[in-house]
Design a protein around this ligand. Structure first.
Ligand SMILES: [Zn+2]
Length: 482
């Protein structure tokens, strides 16, 4: 159903799908404030319907098949007379871009990019209590793979663009919607394709993407974390070699034993604590809204007398905080053997390493090699190392806008910059000098945040509505002539 509607509204021009809406600048004066818009609650409810429709389209990656979802969005944009284009990277994959222009001559350095990804991680259907692609509404929640990561964000971006268009807002900069794919497995056919092959379509000075959070605790918003930086992923193979032979005649150089010993040593190794300007500001900003004990240790992190104990306390309190404080090394895969009675000549493990921005893998690997201290074990860095990007500014106009709107929306809650422990598609943007800020705008408690990539992913409908309103508030504040 969705597919046939979408197809009828699109034409193919030279490998690119184009919406039929005409290009024109937004020039009608209109209300800038989300709250001032009379139809806003209507928009939120429409957006819930759009999110359900998007969840119905299975974009599990691999294979992704994001273009079906892109065409679904294109059909919605078409009805609103918002021009858009779809670019195909490989069959069935690629991205959608739509733009509200502020003037006849675009100024990319001022433009704001609203970014989201259409692909989702896979599901183990047997572990879900509802159909992961059924978009079931139950008990005030919308269930479905991608409800949070990242289809909810894509639809909040879409709703924001549509509300700007409907309200006839007079824009002072272009607003670009980008819905891409392949975020969950490296971005080759999604963000990398968009940035490397079609930069002219998405070039912007500012961007908002997933990555940051509006965190709820005890039923109210505790803080808004604006992601401005992220750790860098490097995968390293640990390879143990030994003599192969009959299982009935074991030898001391057994590769499985040497690998297991190496992994055990690596698993207990803790890298030193290091701060950067983002994590420093994060802990400082969070301390006042944490409970007394946690706040006390956050404030003590860099004191000379209690710093070490504080880092221990904070690391033990949360694995995420632990990962913000240091490089981390997580053994994630093991592989050895072909038969139960054959001693293999090789055994392999994989370490998923997350480096603080600016740190290099080599000194850490030298340390691990020294720790393992076994000539039978060697390390090999896998290709496709992550790239470190400079942090986005915490004093840019855009960061300040987000911060101000967050304080208006959630009085009493903190606003802090964040460094993600994982990676997002903001890195290729930051490498092109885009002030990219990560902020999933939906207020979520820890329980629902942990459902990302997990069974029964869901979004509370109230949080979704609030998130749409919050995002619109940020974007309209930043882009609409007052
Ligand atoms: Zn995501």
């Amino acid at each position: 159903m969705v597919r046939s509607i979408a197809r009828s509204l699109l034409v193919v021009v030279g490998g690119t799908l184009l919406c039929l809406a005409p290009l024109r600048a937004q020039s009608v004066q209109g209300p800038a404030s989300a709250v001032a818009s009379a139809n806003f609650s209507g928009l939120e409810n429409e957006a819930i319907g759009w999110l359900q429709g998007l969840i119905h389209i299975n974009t599990s990656n691999p294979p992704g098949n994001e273009l079906v979802a892109a065409k679904y969005l294109a059909a919605i944009l078409q009805k609103e007379n918002i021009p858009c284009e779809i670019f195909e990277s490989t069959p069935g994959r690629g991205f959608l871009v739509a733009r509200l222009s502020s003037s006849a001559v675009p100024d990319p350095s001022r433009a704001l990019l609203l970014l989201g990804h259409l692909d989702v991680v896979g599901v183990d259907k047997s572990k879900w209590t509802v159909d992961p692609f059924g978009a079931v509404i139950k008990g005030g929640y919308l269930y479905g793979r991608g409800a949070i990561d990242d289809k909810g964000m894509v639809i909040a971006n879409l709703a924001t663009l549509i509300e700007l268009k409907r309200s006839g807002a007079h824009l002072n900069r272009d607003v670009i919607l980008l819905a891409e794919g392949d975020e969950e497995t490296g971005g080759e056919t999604g963000m990398k394709f968009a940035v490397e092959k079609h930069w002219d379509k998405i070039a912007a000075g500012y961007a908002i993407n997933e990555g940051g959070r509006v965190v709820m605790k005890n039923g109210k918003v505790q803080y808004t974390g604006i992601q401005v930086s992220e750790k860098v992923a490097v995968n390293v193979d640990v390879i143990a070699t030994g003599t192969s032979g009959h299982g009935s005649v074991p030898r001391k150089d057994n590769a499985v034993v040497h690998l297991a010993a190496a992994i055990a040593k690596i698993g207990t190794y803790e890298t030193p604590v290091q701060f950067n300007s983002v994590t420093r500001a994060y802990f400082e900003g969070l301390a006042p809204v944490e409970d007394e004990e946690t706040g006390k240790w956050m404030r003590a992190l860099e004191t000379s007398d209690r710093g070490a104990h504080a880092a221990r306390w904070i690391s033990d309190a949360s694995p995420v905080w632990n990962s913000m404080l240091r490089d981390t090394v997580a053994p994630t895969m093991l592989q050895a053997g072909i038969r139960n009675n054959v001693v293999p000549s090789e055994a392999r493990g994989v370490l998923n390493i997350r480096l603080l921005p600016g740190n290099l893998a080599e000194p850490l690997l030298a340390k691990l090699q020294q720790l393992v201290n076994d000539p039978q074990v060697r390390f090999e860095v896998e290709p496709e190392e992550g790239e470190a990007a400079p942090s986005s500014s915490v004093t840019s106009d855009f960061y300040n806008t987000i911060s101000r709107v967050a304080q208006q929306e959630f009085p009493g809650a903190a606003v802090v910059p964040e460094m993600s422990t994982g990676s997002t598609d903001s890195t290729p943007l930051r490498l092109r000098n885009v002030q990219a800020c990560g902020l999933l705008p939906f207020p979520l408690d820890e329980g629902d945040i942990l459902r990302m990539h997990a069974d029964d992913e869901r979004i509370p409908l109230d949080s979704f509505r609030k998130g749409v309103e919050f995002l619109y508030g940020i974007v309209s504040d930043f882009t609409v002539v007052k």
